[in-house]
Design a protein around this ligand. Sequence first.
Ligand code: CO
Length: 172
Amino acid sequence: MKPDGHDAGMILFSIDHVGIAVADLQAGIDFHTSVLGLRLAHREDSPEHQVSEAVLQTAGGDSNAAVQLVAPLSENSPLARFLARTGAGIQHLAFRVSDVESAAAEYRRRGLRLLYDAPKPGIRGSRINFIHPKDAGGVLIELVEVADGPDQGYRDTVRTRQSGTSPPEDNS
Ligand code: CO
């Protein structure tokens, strides 16, 4: 039996992450690791989007939905305007898709506006686009095409796995 995500008409494979806007990335990481007890899996600056990002995982591992902290890299970042207007907090909801171009095309066909005409690079080799929140019930929805396929998840770039069954991760 095929997984539901492969059924005709289903576009969204899984929840990839919940994006949380923070003014100070390191303070956000400290809270989410030391207090909430999540695991820092990845950090990356995204000049394209003028944000610095951190991916935090639950005990379930890298294929589970993550928390993504996003902090503005500059005053000109759209995220800086979001923080000024709304303050820190949940900023977007990201779904994993197998093909971001066809997902965007299908949502356009269904009458939704996408923020970009073509996908842009996201972190960890992904390709992303966004559905306009005004067309999605007030939620900024990110569509993420993961580099290795929607059911492969991500490689942890920060820490080696605790499990003896996994090969050591490349931290270079
Ligand atoms: Co995101």
